[in-house]
Design a protein around this ligand. Structure first.
Ligand code: NDP
Length: 278
């Protein structure tokens, strides 16, 4: 049986094994997918070990996405742009190919599952870590009127805006200056919700009918989504759809079969804390 897995630290919270089991059942593929806890300085040896055991591919999660980028032999264009990878394919010739499916996962979730358009919208992206790096290319590709990136550590947001400036309209804005702005869509790509912390955001940043998205999943209504609802945001959603869609893209890379994600998202929703979608 072909072996796959997800490498991260911590990893016990990962929903990827459940999602890949559902993909495999649906598409009648014979494969095994495991959670692999990797020591903070141990990604290189974990990959070597997995390769020796005949592993076919791994997903990479927190905090290794950037580190993994430097450990593979070749990468996709979108991974090159992000300088971060979440998917590795172990090729027959022993080389490793890296890809980043986070961006396509997020955009598919917003466009297809939530039926919300990005085109001509003014979008605020909060955070400047690996997840945000991975999604900017795909968001800008949907032709928003502008993307604004804000982060607790300001210089990281500035660096990201510079790195993606040639893709489309993107600027950085300090969190403290956001109140002079308003947005059609706010995407929280920080890990504040994981720590149950709320970002200090002025309510005035949400345009009427704004769409608010927290990349965190499995935590129910996060502090960010609760805040958004209190400000009257029309739609408040978590990142479970992104998780399923980015996994489906990894599955496609490895198995050349696209799972049908709608039913799997419903099954995952049923076993996780509900986000009240308003
Ligand atoms: P990183 O550790 O690379 O980045 C974390 C980001 O969050 C940084 O911008 C950091 O700011 C910011 N941050 C952390 N804590 C706080 C806080 N208390 N207040 C304000 N800002 C804070 O993580 P990732 O980018 O890899 O992941 C970010 C989130 O996205 C995670 O919660 C992860 O679970 C989620 N995610 C979801 C996916 C999905 O499929 N749904 C896929 C990938 C990620 P600073 O730079 O100042 O430290």
């Amino acid at each position: 049986m072909d072996n796959y897995g997800v490498m991260g630290n911590p990893i016990q919270h990962s929903k990827s094994p459940a999602i890949f089991r559902l993909f495999a059942e649906q598409t009648k593929q014979q494969l095994h997918y495991a959670s692999i806890l990797v020591a903070l300085d141990g990604l290189s040896s974990a990959l070597t070990e997995f390769k020796k055991e005949g592993g076919k591919g791994v997903n990479i999660t927190l905090p290794f996405k950037h580190r993994a980028f430097s450990l593979v032999d070749s990468v996709s264009e979108r991974a090159q742009r992000a300088e971060a990878i979440n998917t590795i394919q172990f090729n027959e010739d022993g080389t490793l190919f890296g890809d980043n499916t986070d961006g396509v996962g997020l955009v598919r979730d917003i466009l297809t599952n939530h039926k919300v358009s990005i085109k001509n919208k003014r979008i605020l992206v909060l955070g400047a870590g690996g997840a945000v790096r991975g999604v900017l290319d795909a968001i800008i590709g949907e032709q928003p009127s502008e993307v604004v990136v804000s982060n607790r550590t300001e210089n990281k947001a500035v660096a990201l805006a510079e790195a993606f400036a040639d893709v489309g309209p993107i600027i950085a804005c300090p969190l403290s200056l956001l109140e002079n702005n308003s947005f059609d869509m706010v995407i929280n790509g920080t890990s504040a919700s994981l720590q149950d912390e709320m970002l200090d955001l002025p309510g005035s940043i949400l345009k009427e009918g704004a769409f608010c998205y927290d990349m965190v999943y499995g935590k129910g209504l996060t502090p960010f989504l609760r805040w958004a609802r209190e400000q009257g945001a029309v739609t408040c959603v978590d990142g479970l759809g992104m998780l399923v869609e980015q996994a489906a893209e990894s599955f496609y890379l490895w198995r050349k079969i696209k799972p049908e994600t709608g039913s799997i998202l419903s099954e995952m929703r049923a076993i996780l804390p509900q986000v009240e979608i308003i």
